[in-house]
Design a protein around this ligand. Structure first.
Ligand code: CAA
Length: 258
């Protein structure tokens, strides 16, 4: 697939950078862009040379949401039949760690793309919001669920029902954002973090991500069982032997991903 609205770069060993690239429309997410994003994430997730992914926009906009002009005259059936949600799903279903590097507007489906990632690095100018209520709709790509699980009921209600926007500093305070950096450095910092993730034992990364995400869908008992199973399974890997022997021998481990 050739990409018209996204760019893929490899800024550090093991790191893929996916840039949303529809700058005149603040990276509004049209169907073509969403299909490209889904294709790119599925491809990168299967590529053994990629161990961590950074998703970004530009300094002014991460993404201003789904494309309103494209959606406005659609019927419910057309919306349901189009592979519309596949872009967000592909990001959320990636097995490798995904960092959102967010600057400027992250609104509606744009914010929901960030919520689908595992770690969020923001610039000081980032603004997060779910303004769908102004269009007579509600978030449709995970916003109500992922925000409620992270922020709880009351703040999420205000964001979804009354278009409360969060600055980067507020988002960090509420635990929605991992770190905030100046606009000149947020992307570099996100890539640095991704490079560090990419240098780690790949199977442990994958299982760690799986275990944390399991907490969103399960009871504590089921989650603890699942974590234990993944923990024991890692003792089948060469990397577990290598990691522990390297520690005891006071040397840097050489991960194989096996
Ligand atoms: N869809 C389509 N086009 C969009 C867009 C969107 N979500 N956001 C911005 N654009 C376009 C504008 O139409 C405009 O295009 P033209 O120059 O052709 O008119 C261009 O981008 C620049 O936008 P503005 O002139 O509005 O720029 P601004 O600086 O005054 O405002 C903004 C910027 C605050 C981001 C404003 O554009 C805005 O509020 N955008 C809409 C945000 C929104 O409501 N997002 C939710 C979408 S619905 C959704 O995402 C559903 C879901 O859950 C999946």
């Amino acid at each position: 697939m050739t990409y018209e609205y996204i760019l893929i770069e490899h800024p550090a060993p093991g790191v893929a950078l996916v840039r949303l690239n529809r700058p005149k429309q603040y990276n509004a997410l049209n169907l073509r862009l969403l299909q490209e994003l889904a294709h790119a994430f599925r491809t990168l997730d299967e590529d053994d040379d990629v161990r961590a992914i950074v998703l970004t926009g530009n300094d002014k906009a991460f993404a201003a949401g789904a494309d309103i002009k494209e959606m406005m005259d659609k019927t419910a059936v057309q919306m349901k039949n189009a592979p519309f949600i596949s872009g967000w799903d592909a990001v959320a279903l990636a097995k490798k760690p995904v960092i959102a590097a967010v600057s400027g507007y992250a609104l509606g489906g744009g914010a929901e793309l960030a919520w689908a990632c595992d770690i969020i690095i923001a610039s000081e100018t980032a603004v997060f919001g779910q303004p769908e209520i102004n269009l007579g709709i509600i978030p449709g790509a995970g916003g109500t669920q992922r925000l409620a699980r992270t922020l709880g009921k009351y703040l999420t209600m205000e964001i979804v029902l009354n278009d409360r926007r969060l600055t980067a500093a507020e988002a960090e305070r509420f635990g929605l954002v991992n770190h905030v950096f100046p606009v000149d450095t947020y992307l570099e910092e996100a890539i640095k973090m991704a490079a560090r993730l990419a240098s780690r034992a790949p199977l442990a990364l994958r299982f760690g991500k799986e275990a944390v995400l399991y907490a969103f869908n399960s009871t504590l008992d089921a989650g603890l069982q699942h974590e234990r199973l993944l923990f024991y399974t890692l003792f089948c890997t060469e990397d577990q032997k290598e990691g522990m022997h390297a520690f005891v021998e006071k040397r840097t481990p050489q991960w194989k991903g096996t």
